[in-house]
Ligand binder design. Structure first.
Ligand code: AMP
Ligand code: AMP
Length: 337
């Protein structure tokens, strides 16, 4: 494998292992920026060439000053957005894989709906007026990460009983879609203008996914409320007749992004978080404009990446491959911010 004179870097959490393993497989040097107490953990992995520790992620701007002079490309993931916040992501000076304009469209729930609506994606109903609500609903506070701070309400009384927990945080009331959750991991190449489905996962969320293990009569009187905090991910392959629409949704989302966010639009890895109803319709509950952690299941490739590649191709490796091709074709500027 030819050595490449660039280092791929990311923060130590979420999908860092997958990203750096993929980068190493493609011939890059690798760097992890992590909290001091995770140093020993990341040292276990020989594909990580260098570890930089920080006391808090808020100290990152100081080390960024030094890193910016080196040939480093940062791959953003969910924890980078969660720990540094939107503004610091946008103002970051390091070479950043992806289009930062997407961050604004993703962070604002109204803009996200506008984008998905333009892409002709089915969305759960959202209610502006409490008197119009049809139940059940899921109530989502703004800025909640990973399903924390969401609640389910089966009727108006239930809603009134629970809403005060959110205190003054702004929230949205959304139709609760009953169906199978499925998270589809895409990769859109700005170099070849093609979309690939890399893999799919389901999130395992506690306690909503474990409630079924206790029979209803065992739950009665316990007042257990469903919560949606993700703890891990499991695989699922999709009924093949649903696959054409899965591809088509990805393409429509990319097309709409180019109309809304300037010529480049969304590119690289992204995920549509769907719920599939009994009439075989996809409803999208959220879009994530970067690598999602469910891709960690497929460090060695997936049934879907195997249809495209003759070698194990994770999403992390796919990102490194795109950067490698861009370097060779002198097009790095097209894929970085
Ligand atoms: P963490 O670094 O684990 O605190 O995660 C930061 C963000 O990424 C949170 O919003 C998490 O909900 C999300 N996240 C982390 N791991 C996963 C996972 N395995 N599946 C889905 N989302 C995740
Ligand atoms: P999100 O933060 O939007 O990814 O949502 C976290 C979790 O809440 C999802 O993985 C689902 O389990 C659940 N959820 C969110 N929105 C809905 C919805 N409209 N209907 C049913 N479940 C939902």
């Amino acid at each position: 494998m030819a050595k490449i004179n660039y280092t791929i870097a990311t923060f130590g959490s979420h999908s860092a292992l997958q990203i750096l393993k993929g980068a190493k497989d493609e011939g890059f040097k690798t760097l992890i920026i992590t909290l001091l107490d995770r140093k020993d953990f990341y040292q276990r992995f020989p594909f990580i060439d260098k570890i930089i520790t920080v006391k808090n992620y808020s100290d990152f701007p100081e080390i960024e000053e030094k890193l910016v002079k080196e040939n480093i490309i940062l791959i953003p993931h969910g924890s980078i957005v969660a720990y540094l916040g939107l503004e610091k992501n946008k103002s970051m000076k390091l070479k950043y894989f992806g289009n930062k304009q997407v961050l604004d469209w993703e962070a604002d729930r109204a803009k996200q709906r506008e984008w998905l609506h333009k892409a002709e994606i089915n969305l759960p109903k959202q209610f502006d007026n409490i008197d119009d609500v049809t139940y059940p609903v899921i109530v989502k506070s703004y800025g909640a990460a990973g399903g924390k701070g969401y609640f389910y309400a089966k009727n108006r009384q239930d809603f009134e009983d629970k809403i005060h927990h959110l205190k003054d945080a702004p929230f949205v009331i959304q139709e609760y879609v009953i169906g199978v959750t499925l998270y589809i991991h895409y990769f859109y190449s700005p170099l070849t203008k093609t979309i690939e489905i890399m893999s799919m996962d389901r999130r395992y969320e506690t306690n909503v996914d474990s409630l079924g293990r206790i029979p209803l009569r065992g739950q009665e009187g316990l007042e257990i409320e469903p919560s949606y905090v993700v703890v891990g991910n499991s695989p699922l392959v999709l009924r093949e007749s649903l696959l054409p629409e899965a591809y088509a949704m990805g393409e429509r989302v990319i097309k709409a992004s180019k109309e809304l966010m300037g010529e480049r639009g969304l590119f690289g890895p992204f995920c549509l978080e769907t719920v599939i109803t009994p009439d075989q319709k996809f409803f999208v509950i959220e879009i994530s404009g970067r690598i999602v952690a469910g891709t960690n299941l497929f460090i060695n490739g997936s049934p879907y990446s195997d249809l495209i590649y003759q070698e194990p191709m994770s999403t992390g490796r796919r990102v490194a491959r795109e950067i490698e091709i861009a370097i060779k074709e002198n097009k790095l500027g097209e894929i970085l911010n």
